[in-house]
Design a protein around this ligand. Structure first.
Ligand code: HPA
Length: 256
């Protein structure tokens, strides 16, 4: 059986994409099997440290899910189509609901690093789209499902987990922003900035999936604190904040 056939047979209805430092979410799952990226899977391999490349299939509280450890990014020199191959692959395998996670810089003084922001909306500042090539004029009014968001907010309240809501700006990268760019992006209405998620969300909506997304705020945007930015800091904050969101996601998945 090919990996795609195996995935379809397993019948995961929900998938979660784990961003930088967040891969340990799979420790909460009863793992059935995994599909390494590359080889005969048809899934592109990431070159970023901290982005192990595999799709893990298993159950969480009895619910069948798929968790993507690692993703490819535009800044690796990949196309918008490559970046969203995993979303199309999962949809073809029967996934109907998608949770995207990422690491992001905070632009909002009320959203300190170490806390989580749920995306209410996004700014696609990558300059590209996975839908290029066709007259795919999809509606983008409610990318991040309002009903799902209110359920996550309720559950976070019950858990006492600070969960902010805000606008994520997705940029090309791979360099972090300059302070001038951070001022510009803030003035455009963004609360957080990162280098992923927006293209996957667009692709998922084009396929009719229900989408939610969460940013682990790993640092202040450049120039908003005296500190310089480093990938090591992003990974470290991701690791130490992962457990709080993982518990919330587990509640949300098992209650659904
Ligand atoms: N900018 C862009 N991407 C990021 C950041 C940031 O400050 N932190 C984590 N990913």
């Amino acid at each position: 059986m090919s990996p795609a056939e195996q995935a379809e047979k397993f019948g995961a209805e929900l998938a979660i994409v784990l961003g930088s430092g967040l891969g340990s979410f799979v420790d909460r799952m009863d793992i059935a099997f995994d599909v390494p990226y590359g080889g005969n899977s048809g899934l592109p391999v990431s070159s970023v440290p901290g982005h192990a490349g595999r799709l893990v299939f298993g159950t969480l509280g009895g619910v069948r899910i798929a968790a993507a450890q690692g993703r490819v990014h535009l800044y690796e020199g990949r196309s918008a189509a490559d970046v969203t191959t995993g979303v199309r692959w999962l949809a073809a395998a029967g996934v109907k609901r998608l949770i995207l996670t990422n690491a992001a810089g905070s632009l909002n003084p009320h959203f300190p690093p170490g806390q989580w922001m749920m995306l209410s909306d996004h700014l696609n500042l990558t300059g590209t789209s996975p839908l290029l090539g066709g007259p795919n004029f999809i509606d983008m009014t409610r990318v991040y499902c309002p009903e799902w968001r209110s359920r996550f907010l309720d559950l976070a309240g019950q858990r006492g987990l600070p969960l902010h809501e805000g606008v994520y700006a997705g940029l090309l990268g791979p360099q972090y922003e300059t302070p001038a760019e951070v001022r510009m992006i803030r003035s455009l209405g963004a609360d957080a900035v990162g280098m992923s998620t927006v293209l996957e969300a667009i692709q998922a909506r084009a396929l009719g999936l229900q989408v939610a997304a969460f940013s682990c705020l790993t640092n202040w945007g450049a120039g908003l604190s005296p500190d310089l930015l480093s990938h090591a800091e992003v990974m470290e904050t991701g690791h130490s904040s992962a457990a709080a969101l993982a518990a919330l996601l587990e509640d949300a998945i098992t209650a659904s």
